[in-house]
Every structure is written in C-alpha cells, then in structure tokens.
Design a protein. Structure first.
Length: 77
C-alpha cells in the first residue's frame, strides 16, 4: 500500500518523533525514498525544529504566521 504526498505530510511530526506504528513508518519511509518534494519538506521540518530548540531569540517578519497558516491551509485542502 502506498501513500500520496498530502497524506504523508500528516505523518511528518510523528515520523520525526518516532511515534508511528512500524507499518505506517515503513510506508512513509518508502515514499520518502522516492519523493524529493516530501524529503525536502521533511528536512525543512527537521531544520525548523532545530531552530526552534535554539535558545537564541529572533523575530519573525510581520505577518509571517498568518502567511504560513494560509499556505498550510491551502496545501492541506
């Protein structure tokens, strides 16, 4: 059984946290092995986690959160 990109995106957090069931993790991994776009999204998400965990404080540009949420909503619909 395969998985498409939009469904895979729902699993990225759990994939990074190692909380997926083994069967689902294997399905996600197989998709990531062949999909450059989802692999890039996974890498970007991992990088964001690293940045957020960084103790340094930085300010986001004005309106960034709203644009991010709008883009996520657009991609998930």
């Amino acid at each position: 059984m395969g998985i498409d990109c939009k469904h895979l995106w729902n699993y990225i957090s759990e994939y990074l946290d190692w909380t997926l069931l083994n069967e689902t993790r294997e399905t996600v991994q197989k998709h990531l092995d062949h999909c450059e776009i989802c692999s890039a999204i996974l890498d970007s998400t991992r990088n964001m986690i690293i940045l957020v965990a960084d103790d340094r404080i930085f300010e986001l540009p004005v309106g960034f959160s709203e644009r991010l949420h709008a883009r996520i909503d657009l991609e998930l619909t």
